[in-house]
Design a protein around this ligand. Structure first.
Ligand SMILES: *[C@@H]1O[C@H](CO)[C@@H](O)[C@H](O)[C@H]1NC(C)=O
Ligand SMILES: *[C@@H]1O[C@H](CO)[C@@H](O)[C@H](O)[C@H]1NC(C)=O
Ligand SMILES: *[C@@H]1O[C@H](CO)[C@@H](O)[C@H](O)[C@H]1NC(C)=O
Ligand SMILES: *[C@@H]1O[C@H](CO)[C@@H](O)[C@H](O)[C@H]1NC(C)=O
Length: 468
């Protein structure tokens, strides 16, 4: 990944502790208290931080905003702002398709360049759009859209090689998946580098130890399929044939490729090679689509890519070597909500929940009487920890609760969002990342503290899961 001068992706970042990535969970941004809206996105490294740019689907599929979040550990995310927002008319107007945002830095102009799939609501225009900014996560100037080399262009990605040259990866419905060379300033496409005749969309490309790995999905709309990859030592080929990188029939663990983030410098040595970022779309309520991030191993010698499926995995970085690791979660402990002390506030009580542990959950959290429960004796290792909160929410909108360890107001914790879980009482998961003092055994409070939630009810609480 090409970086601005003096900015190293591998050395300048802070160290994460044992925070967990929990694929498919509600991921609450720490300063909005709501589920992250950065669908179909990608990550750009700058200024010693990670910037995640993606689509805001709060109100469904039509364009609302291209959002930017920042993080130093890839797990705790802070909303920074919108790079582009809906305008009165034109490409970014009402009822427009503005998808797959990807930001790269151009060393010749010193500008960040944002690429977008720009379309009419019936996907008839099929163009690529470009916007630029001097700040990775600032306001972008929209520069317009075009059909690259005259061809249709829908789902797209961007790749910048080690020498700074840029490539647009673009789905051309009539001819296949294209790799087109970008001009020196990245504002135009100059010549076709390679065309795969297969129909592949949502492309993402990384280079690992001299081998290019390109990933993408088949064309099945919002539904998932077994995504595939191909490899080559030159972008113009020869390319291998396309092969699965997740278990056959798993539909890529029910996700669609959006972006591959290299985690390891392009050299030999230990650590985790890459992070796979996929989307699990929920077409009838797109804002509740979740992020399937999983460890992706890349082997340059055998030219294989392999995705590991897991409920959760710690992503941590060694301070001295800068290596990221993502061993699977060794042990976890589950604490049932039904063990809660009652009467802390309000009147939380047992409710039926067919697919929850034991067939019940604790309901009536929050609400007008500020219902609050405490799960006693939760053993928390010290340091940065991730709590998984299993819950149901039968509404069409998010619910919220304040979750805290130990004393109300004083213990570590914060606001947590709970996405709708749909019909059928299948529990979902929300996560809260927090700094715990020395290893302690304490109560975990789930309820409503003060402003912001109003009289809304919180989720029905099934259990709390902690890594041990
Ligand atoms: C969110 O986390 C960042 C560090 O990742 C921190 O600087 C910021 O203060 C936090 N914001 C809130 C509202 O907790
Ligand atoms: C979603 O729609 C509501 C109601 O029209 C509006 O207030 C809100 O600003 C919209 N949000 C976004 C992100 O467009
Ligand atoms: C973009 O590149 C194409 C192909 O080289 C060229 O025909 C076109 O004029 C260029 N557009 C601009 C605005 O420079
Ligand atoms: C619930 O909390 C709100 C806001 O903090 C407060 O105004 C209200 O009086 C509380 N209600 C009860 C029944 O405690």
């Amino acid at each position: 990944m090409l970086l601005p001068p003096g900015k190293s992706a591998y050395l300048a970042l802070f160290v994460a502790a044992d925070l967990q990535v929990v694929p498919g969970a509600t991921w609450t941004a720490n300063n909005t208290g709501t589920h992250i809206q950065a669908h179909g996105g990608g990550i750009t490294v700058a200024d010693g931080r990670y910037y995640w740019v993606g689509e805001d689907k709060t109100n469904g599929s039509a364009f609302q905003n291209i959002n930017c979040y920042s993080s130093t550990d890839l797990v705790q995310w802070t909303f920074v702002g919108a790079l582009l927002s809906r305008q009165g008319s034109g490409d970014l107007g009402p009822e427009r398709v503005v998808e797959r945002p990807k930001v790269v830095w151009n060393q010749n102009s010193g500008q960040y360049v944002l690429f977008l799939h720009i379309d009419s609501s019936n996907y008839g225009e099929a163009k690529v759009g470009i916007a630029t900014s001097s700040e990775v996560c600032g306001q972008y100037e929209y520069r317009g859209s075009f059909r690259p080399l005259g061809y249709q262009s829908r789902d797209m990605g961007v790749f910048v090689d080690e020498d700074g040259s840029g490539y647009l990866l673009t789905e051309d419905r009539e001819n296949g998946l294209r790799i087109d060379a970008l001009s020196a300033d990245f504002l135009n496409v100059t010549f076709p580098t390679y065309v795969f005749s297969e129909s592949i969309e949502s492309p993402a490309l990384v280079k690992h130890q001299g081998v290019y790995f390109i990933f993408g999905s088949h064309l099945t709309g919002w539904d998932t399929n077994d995504n595939v990859y191909a490899t080559a030592t030159s972008l113009s080929g020869l390319w291998s044939s396309w092969t699965n990188f997740a278990d056959k029939g798993s539909n890529t663990y029910n996700s669609q490729t959006s972006f591959i983030l290299p985690l390891r410098a392009n050299t030999n040595g230990g650590g985790t090679e890459a992070l796979y970022m996929g989307d699990r779309w929920v077409p009838d309520n797109l804002m509740r689509s979740t992020y399937i991030w999983l460890p992706l191993s890349l082997d340059a010698d055998s030219r294989t890519a392999r995705l590991t499926n897991t409920d959760a995995f710690p992503l941590s970085r060694d301070a001295s070597s800068g290596q990221w690791t993502s061993e699977l979660w060794p042990n976890k402990q589950t604490y049932q909500a039904e063990t809660a002390w009652d009467g802390l506030r309000g009147n939380p009580r047992t409710v039926n929940c067919d697919n929850c542990d034991g067939g019940t959950a604790i309901g009536y959290i929050g609400g007008p009487d500020n219902g609050t429960v405490a799960i006693p004796n939760v053993r928390l290792p010290g340091g940065m920890q991730t709590l998984q909160i299993k819950y149901t929410n039968g509404d069409l909108d998010q619910r919220f609760a304040d979750v805290r360890v130990g004393n109300e107001q004083e213990g570590p914790g914060g606001r947590v969002a709970f996405l709708p879980t749909g019909s059928g009482n299948n529990p979902g998961t929300s996560v809260l990342h927090l700094q715990v003092g020395d290893s302690e055994t304490d109560g975990v409070l789930v309820g409503k503290e003060d402003s912001g939630i109003g009289n809304m009810w919180g989720p029905d609480l099934d259990s709390i899961v902690v890594a041990q």
